[in-house]
Each structure stands twice: as structure tokens, then as C-alpha cells.
Design a protein around this ligand. Structure first.
Ligand code: F6R
Length: 277
């Protein structure tokens, strides 16, 4: 795992967008795992800008979203189908036949989950999985105590998650209580995981996820097992990280990140009295 600390949420989102854009430029048939949530909105805005201004081409790309509420019509404004249409699908040249989200209205939800897993496999697996972290430490909708080897399945949501997603529904009792989500095991099979975490309210859970023990209570902590996981954060989310100065050092010196420095400069050299690992 590596952690890239950026000065603010917008820059962290733009760097995340550019990491994927560069991979897509190198391999236009990329299979992308997508996430929803407030954190991702500026990532999609940057892809839309790169598409319009720089010709970033999504036409051969395949996408799989992490999750969808159960029992919600894709046209409902609170659905992740609607979110994705609003922020990305209606604004770039993705081929609708290559876009996948779980169908929360499927008559047989178990069969839908199995079919989703199959579709991912048939697409050759996910090349880059984009992830946010919930305030209860979830990735996808893998709530606390989710099995760390779980596959796509139905999952009841925590009250915290319902509260965090209530906006488009207006009130809690109008919200679905359950969702279909890729499992932690499904996510860990992506060839690369790219996590974006911003804002002060994520500082505590981020530190538990990346520096704490691996535990089903914080499913994001399972990403510590992943051989290629990059976590992009802003300064506010980074405040509780013990290894901050080390992470900044790595971003400055690892060759992989050098091509990004012109647009996303590393922080000033770490002062000699800065806390280290
Ligand atoms: C969304 C998803 C969730 C969110 C997480 C953070 O598809 O899978 O794990 O990434 O809940 O949401 P925000 O960004 O709204 O804080």
C-alpha cells in the first residue's frame, strides 16, 4: 500500500482522476471498477473535463460499479444508476453496452449477484478499482463484520451509512435498507485498487484502515493485503496518520510518481524534526 498526500480535496481528486486517465491512455480497453459517493464527484468532473478538452477516450473501456440499493428503480434520483448518469455516463463516450451496475430490482437477487461476478470474470477482471471509504470503514457497502473473502451479495446497511446517503431521499424512512455490493474478496481481486479519501471526518477511520490491524470491523483495512493499492488523501484526512512524513518522502522519490510532479508537486521537503515511522 502507498499513501499519496495532496494539499486539498480537489487536488487529491484530480490526481486520482489523472492516475486512471494515464492508464486509460496507455490501454484504452481498461476494465474500471467505479464507486459513487460525494468523494468521487470531483474525480468524474475531471474525467469529463479531460474528455472534452484533451480527448480522453472511454469508448473501449468497460465499467463495473461497486454497488446499488435494493428495490430502487434505476431512474430514482437516489439510485447509483442515476448518480452515475448524472456525473459521468451522460458526459463521456462510454459505450452503454460496456457499463455494468448491479440491478437492485432483479427478481432473483441471488442470481443477480452471481451473474455480476460472472460478468466481471468474463470481462477479464477489473484492472483498476476506484474506492472511497465510508465513515464506518466500509469499501463498497461491505459494512463492519463483512467477511473479508466475501463476494458480490446482498447486505444490510448500517444506520451511519443510511444517514450519510439520505440526501437524495429526503428522509431516512424513505431509504432502502439493503444493497447489492461487490464483496471484499471481489474488490481484492482487482489488479489495482485506487482509494480516494478526503475531509477531516474521514481522518480517524483512514488511520484505522491503513495503519491499524486488518479487521472485519473496518473492511477497508483488508486493502493492506492488496499487492497494488494506492490511497490518495488530502491534508485534512491525513491528520491522524503516523507515517505522514514517510508517505510524503515516498511520493517525492518513487519513480512511478515523478511524471505527476509537474502538475501535482510534492510537499516541501520534510523538516528534520518531523515525526517519522
Ligand atoms: C459507493 C461506495 C461507498 C462510498 C463510501 C464513501 O459506491 O461504495 O463505499 O465510497 O460510502 O462515500 P462518500 O464519498 O459519500 O463519503
Amino acid at each position: 500500500m502507498e499513501i499519496l498526500i495532496q494539499p486539498d480535496a480537489r487536488t487529491a481528486a484530480r490526481l486520482t482522476a489523472h492516475i486512471v486517465a494515464r492508464a486509460l491512455g496507455a490501454r484504452p480497453t481498461l476494465v474500471l471498477g467505479l464507486a459513487t459517493g460525494r468523494t468521487m464527484i470531483p474525480v468524474y468532473a475531471e474525467w469529463v473535463r479531460l474528455h472534452r478538452e484533451k480527448g480522453l477516450d472511454f469508448s473501449q473501456c468497460t465499467t463495473f460499479n461497486l454497488d446499488e440499493f435494493i428495490g430502487l428503480h434505476p431512474d430514482h434520483p437516489g439510485s447509483f444508476h442515476a448518480y452515475m448518469r448524472e456525473h459521468l455516463f451522460s458526459k463521456v463516450n462510454l459505450d452503454p453496452r460496456r457499463i455494468h451496475l448491479p440491478d437492485g430490482m432483479a427478481p432473483d437477487l441471488e442470481a443477480e449477484c452471481a451473474a455480476y461476478e460472472r460478468a466481471i470474470r468474463e470481462a477479464g477482471g477489473i484492472d483498476i478499482q476506484l474506492l472511497g471509504i465510508g465513515r464506518d470503514g466500509h469499501i463498497g457497502f461491505n459494512e463492519p463484520l463483512s467477511a473479508l473473502l466475501s463476494r458480490t451479495r446482498q447486505k444490510a446497511l448500517t444506520l451511519q451509512t443510511l444517514q450519510d446517503n439520505v440526501d437524495p431521499f429526503g428522509r431516512l424512512d424513505a431509504m432502502p435498507r439493503r444493497a447489492i455490493t461487490m464483496g471484499v474478496g471481489t474488490i481484492l481481486e482487482a489488479r489495482r485498487c485506487l482509494v480516494l479519501v478526503t475531509g477531516e471526518d474521514k481522518a480517524e477511520i483512514l488511520a484505522r484502515a491503513v495503519e491499524g490491524p486488518i479487521t472485519a470491523m473496518v473492511t477497508a483495512s483488508a486493502l493492506q493485503w492488496h499487492p497494488r493499492c494506492t490511497v490518495v488523501v488530502d491534508q485534512e484526512a491525513a491528520t491522524r496518520l503516523q507515517g505522514r512524513s514517510y508517505y510524503e518522502w515516498l511520493y517525492r522519490h518513487e519513480p512511478e510518481w515523478l511524471p505527476y510532479h509537474a502538475e501535482f508537486p510534492p510537499a516541501d521537503p520534510v523538516p528534520s524534526d518531523a515525526p517519522n515511522l
